[in-house]
Design a protein around this ligand. Structure first.
Ligand SMILES: Cc1ncc(COP(=O)(O)O)c(C=O)c1O
Length: 338
């Protein structure tokens, strides 16, 4: 099986497993797991942010970030296809008692102008706008990348309106590799950043939340309340350290593979509009006179290739560590004969 459904399907490679099995561990709730402490220090250093906290999932790092930045009754500004809004089980309302002002942006991205227009005036009738959440790369935007200059403009709007700025950077490293940018450039802008180790970087578990020392101190309290205080989590943190040290640059290969497959797809009559392929995600429309998205996914499945129907007419394919050039070529040969 070649699995294009998500970059979360990767399995640890032998050297990553070796790093996990030989990890030094302790009780992380007591702050005594050396591998977790090393991963947190390494991440904070990469982004030149003050502190970091290791969590089991990207949903948890996002939700802790939102909880720390808001009070019940507040309003959070984000794009209407944001993971924090549509894929985290209503967590903003459930965990923080806050509500969302969802902006219709461009492939998951919003502009400083849109943020500015979405801020509520100081008025007892209105919820207090307190936080802006961005997502880079944008998952439902087809792996879309923000321009750093637009993010800087959004930051200026946040500063002049006393708003915090959080980044859902589940796939931030894909954006950094594609745009030749550095973690530090993001660390100096955002109040908090969530990065996932379990997507393109290939670990089985784990995300990291970054921010100031005070923010992370508060995040540690919330992580405990959310049930995310883990004990010998160093086995997982060791996978994260391995991933940060070995699996970032190779994301560029996934981007090349995604473009190659997209080119092959675009030659087929059954493929309609495709979102620009900027990183490792391909999202395209299937023309109904040929297939429904579900029927096309079944056709692929019969050939041992898993792809995902994300709506009745849309397919998503995601490239990752476990799909090498040979498997990409095999997939292209299959597409050509469809
Ligand atoms: C953009 C984005 N943010 C956050 C998450 C949440 O990560 P997790 O599945 O680890 O909770 C995902 C997962 O797919 C994602 O795509």
């Amino acid at each position: 099986m070649i699995d294009f459904r998500s970059d979360t399907f990767t399995k640890p490679t032998p050297p990553m497993l070796q790093a996990m099995m030989t990890a030094e561990v302790g009780d992380d709730v007591f702050g005594e797991d050396p591998s977790v402490n090393e991963l947190e220090a390494l991440s904070a250093e990469m982004f030149e942010m003050e502190a970091a906290i290791f969590c089991p999932t990207g949903t948890m790092t996002n939700q802790i970030g939102i909880k720390c930045h808001t009070r019940p009754g507040d309003e959070v500004i984000c794009e209407h296809l944001s993971h924090v809004y549509i894929y985290e089980g209503g967590g903003i309302a459930f965990n923080s008692g806050a509500q969302v002002k969802a902006i219709d942006g461009d492939r998951g991205r919003i502009t400083a102008k849109q943020v500015s227009a979405a801020i509520n005036a100081e008025d007892v009738h209105k919820p207090r706008t307190s936080l802006v959440c961005l997502e880079n790369t944008g998952n439902r935007g087809g792996g879309s990348i923000y321009e750093l200059t637009e993010i800087q403009r959004i930051k200026e709007v946040c500063l002049s309106n006393n708003l915090k700025l959080h980044l859902d950077g589940a796939r931030l490293f894909n954006a950094l590799v594609a745009n030749n940018e550095t973690p530090k450039q993001y660390g100096e802008i955002f109040d908090s950043i969530s990065i996932c180790l379990s997507k393109g970087l290939g670990t089985p578990i784990g995300s990291v939340l970054l921010g100031t020392k005070d923010f992370i101190k508060q995040a540690r309290r919330i992580r405990k309340v959310f049930g995310g205080g883990m004990r010998q989590a160093g086995f997982m943190a060791a996978a994260g350290i391995y991933a940060l040290e070995h699996n970032i640059e190779r994301l560029a290969e996934d981007h090349i593979h995604a473009k190659k497959i997209a080119e092959a797809l675009l030659k087929k009559d059954f493929v309609g509009k495709m979102l620009p392929v900027e990183t490792n995600i391909i999202i395209f429309e299937v023309l109904e006179e040929y297939y429904t998205a579900k029927a096309l996914a079944e056709e692929f499945l019969n050939a041992g290739i898993k792809i995902m129907a994300i709506s009745p007419t849309q397919i998503r394919m995601v490239l990752h560590l476990d799909i090498n050039e040979e498997l990409v070529n095999e997939t292209i040969t299959f597409i050509q004969q469809l």
